[in-house]
Write a protein that binds this ligand. Structure first.
Ligand code: TXA
Ligand code: MG
Length: 335
């Protein structure tokens, strides 16, 4: 691809390049230089205690940045890399604390996207990259989202079109006895357990309890927050639709602008409000793909309230609901 060499040189000189991956767009900088990490935090407006994921393009590259790779992690790498999986290990001395937010551990991922892989190789092999959004906004799934948030604050954006998955990678921590999922993603617990046996969920993901601090520092922030008040309605589809219709009608009568997150199947059931279909329940991938874009669109529409159906779909449902409920500040109504 045109521009990759230039982009690689920018990274080598501690500049910042946004690039597509199969999950979401990333904001890349040289992972082995503290100055680049600092620039990333500045550009995103992100707290610098929130560690970055180091992206590699070849498995052999991992040796230099971690103390050791457990056997089970090798198996997961064999099964899922390149792909939407991030693994956490004890870091080596080569990785600066600026990249790991002061932690002794480092998160590593090999993304499954040709542009990302080429860029990592061109940039020296180790690219630190958070999602390329302004801190607190939904992760970018299109190059235009990156431009909206970071234009003028970074050196280059590589446009690879829409991403495939639309939700950030699954994070598995290997520094505990039992591997622990810190952030759910496209690769779910069952898929991991098929390869390596028992895997646990971080307690902070199970109970939404403020007293249990999440182990991934980034999971504690209110992420992906739309400007409107977002409420998720959970229950049997017919009841959910009835309640959303009711809520939308009340708010519109009171003079507010209302958005509704529906599906291809249900969109016609809502006569009042700005109704957006997020995808089809027949294909859960489409729901994951469009979640962040729909939240951004509602910001543009300047709605005051958003009511969303729930999407507890078989494979990706846990990840979808994790992001949606976070965006809602955990505000849900059960019917
Ligand atoms: O799909 C993805 O993972 C995307 C693409 C660009 O690769 N990247 C991404 O990065 O989502 P970011 O920075 O938005 O999210 C990284 C998450 C944060 O919640 C952070 O706290 C956690 O990973 N994390 C990173 N290093 C960690 C570590 N050493 N220990 C615990 N959590 C860590
Ligand atoms: Mg992020």
């Amino acid at each position: 691809m045109q521009g990759i060499l230039e982009a690689g040189n920018i990274l080598k000189n501690d500049g910042l390049v946004a690039f597509p991956t199969e999950t979401v767009y990333g904001l890349g900088g040289n992972a082995l230089d503290e100055k680049a990490a600092e620039k990333i935090y500045m550009a995103k407006g992100r707290p610098s205690d929130n560690p970055l994921i180091v992206h590699i393009a070849d498995f052999s590259a991992i040796e230099k940045i971690v103390k050791s790779v457990p056997e089970r992690a090798k198996k997961l790498a064999d099964a899922f890399w390149p792909g939407p999986l991030t693994m956490i290990f004890e870091k080596s001395e080569l990785v600066p604390y600026g990249t790991t937010g002061g932690l002794e551990t480092v998160a590593v991922r090999m993304p499954n996207h040709p542009i990302a892989l080429e860029l990592i190789r061109a940039g020296g092999g180790y690219v630190a990259a958070p999602s390329a959004n302004k801190s607190g906004r939904p992760s970018p799934t299109l190059a235009s989202h990156v431009e909206e948030d970071l234009s003028g604050r970074i050196d280059m954006i590589l446009d690879g079109g829409p991403v495939g998955i639309g939700l950030e990678s699954t994070i598995v921590d290997f520094t505990d006895e039992i591997p622990t999922i810190l952030r759910p993603g496209y690769i779910n617990q069952e898929m991991l357990e098929e390869v390596i046996g028992p895997v646990q969920m971080d307690k902070a993901l199970m109970h939404v309890d403020a007293s249990v601090a999440p182990k991934a520092p980034g999971m504690k922030y209110r992420h992906y927050a739309p400007e409107a008040e977002l409420v998720v309605v959970v229950g049997h589809p017919a009841d959910v639709q009835t309640r959303i219709r009711q809520l939308a009608k009340e708010k519109v009568q009171a003079g507010y602008r209302v958005g509704i997150i529906a599906t291809d199947e249900s969109a016609k059931e809502y006569p009042v409000g700005i109704v957006k279909s997020i995808g089809t329940r027949e294909q859960e991938e489409t729901i994951a793909q469009h979640l962040f874009a729909v939240l951004r669109e509602f910001d543009d529409n300047k709605v005051d309230f958003i009511y969303s159906e729930a999407f507890y779909t078989p494979q990706i449902g846990q990840a979808i609901m994790n992001r949606l409920l976070k965006a809602a500040g955990q505000h849900k109504i059960e019917v």
